[in-house]
Ligand binder design. Structure first.
Ligand code: GLA
Length: 391
């Protein structure tokens, strides 16, 4: 996909909007995709993560209509939909579900007096694990908020975005992706505490290293059902621990000794909780190591995280493991892990400065020779969160 600058994408969206609707949009709402440095599968259980927005965005142009209908155009899917708010519709395509879900959830709390023209254009790769869907949700909700002057704070806004996934896609995701898209700050990583939904910013000077995402281009069918299975296994694990120690209220109260006590009766749940426990510690260690620029240490923490996601949480897949195994033979690779929900998507890799081309060649050769998939490389910059611009 073409690499746009943010300004170019915003200008193009404004012009495409005018071409399609014959007026300028009132607002252009732009929201980024994300990476997650560490803290995977910890959000829906109230743990920690360190994500950030990246320099790929979804931009939504919006204006009011004189009739009551919603017209939405996707430039990237070359498709459009038209519906009225009192219609109950089940759309097949994902982007349509997101647009429909966003308008439904918004209008449960706030009134939309007029219909809407919406045009969506972006450069967040779809299905690569960098949260194009959260970028879409966040860009839509911010557009609705600004257009209607709705009084709603950023946290409530991203929770409404999360509701689209819960209710219109039937997947009970956490808040990681929406958090990163809304709250990120240029040159910083976020550290989010999902027990309180609070966050802090950590300066991220990565000038001595290089990050690269490698997209498997694969999304296994199982991804959604396995995600839901993990949510339930964690919940069962927490219940089992509570039975042995009633003073435990939340996941964060659980100690390793308590997980050990349920290991015989609930072996699967114990594995999931062990991942949660260790991953939270890795987030804390990574935050410190970033502050001190301890790159090898960060690399090791990433690789430990991958091993845990593979063996304890069991959300990796052969293609992701293959990419990590192949990277290990490269001496200037500091570490890496699968990123996002798993069962496809991408790996995140940390390298010493100056070895990126050599590394890409090695991975490409290995993948083409030994596996039947062609990985794609995605470099990224850490950027700030969503914003809305007036035309
Ligand atoms: C997906 C979900 C997030 C989070 C990650 C795993 O990206 O949308 O809420 O659970 O998986 O860390």
């Amino acid at each position: 996909m073409k690499r746009h600058t943010k300004e170019k994408l915003i200008n193009e969206t404004g012009d495409l909007f005018q071409e399609r609707f014959e007026i300028r949009p009132e607002f252009l709402s732009v929201a980024p995709g994300r990476v997650n440095i560490i803290g995977e599968h910890t959000d829906y259980t109230g743990g920690f993560a360190m994500p950030s927005a990246i320099d790929r965005w979804i931009c939504t142009g919006i204006s009011k209509r004189i009739d009551k209908s919603i017209h939405a155009v996707s430039i990237d899917f070359q498709a459009e939909i038209k519906f009225s708010l009192d219609e109950e519709i089940i759309f097949d395509d994902l982007w349509k579900k997101y647009v429909y879900g966003a308008t439904k959830i918004f209008t449960e709390k706030f009134t939309l007096k007029d219909g809407l023209n919406i045009l969506i254009h972006g450069n967040v790769p779809i299905g690569s694990g960098v949260s194009s869907s959260a970028a879409l949700e966040v860009s839509l909700m911010n557009a609705f908020r600004t257009l209607t002057n709705a009084e709603i704070d950023d946290l409530e806004l991203i929770k409404m975005c999360q509701q689209i996934d819960h209710r219109f896609l039937n997947i009970k995701i956490g808040l990681l992706d929406q958090f990163a898209s809304q709250f990120s700050r240029e040159n910083h990583l976020l550290k989010v505490d999902f027990a309180t939904n609070s966050h802090s910013y950590h300066l991220a000077d990565f000038s001595e290293v290089e990050w690269i995402l490698i997209d498997t281009g694969i999304r296994h069918e199982l991804a959604v059902s396995k995600y839901m299975e993990r949510v339930e296994e964690c919940a069962r694990g927490l219940e089992a621990v509570k039975r042995t120690n009633p003073s435990v209220i939340s996941y964060r109260d659980i100690l390793m000794t308590e997980i050990d006590k349920i290991a015989d009766s609930h072996p699967v749940e114990a594995k999931r909780l062990t991942h949660f426990y260790n991953e939270n510690h890795r987030v804390a260690e990574t935050a410190q190591a970033i502050e001190h620029k301890e790159w090898s240490k960060i690399g090791n923490l990433l690789s430990e995280s991958h091993e845990s996601l593979k063996s304890l949480y069991e959300v990796s897949c052969p293609e992701l493991d293959f990419l990590i195994d192949s990277a290990q033979s490269f001496s200037n690779w500091l570490g890496g892990r699968m990123m996002g929900g798993g069962f496809g998507g991408c790996t995140l890799n940390l390298l010493k400065q100056g070895y990126l081309d050599e590394f890409k060649e090695l991975i490409m050769r290995a993948a083409v020779e030994e596996k039947e998939f062609e990985p794609k490389f995605l470099d990224f910059r850490i950027v700030g969160g969503a914003e809305v611009l007036q035309e």
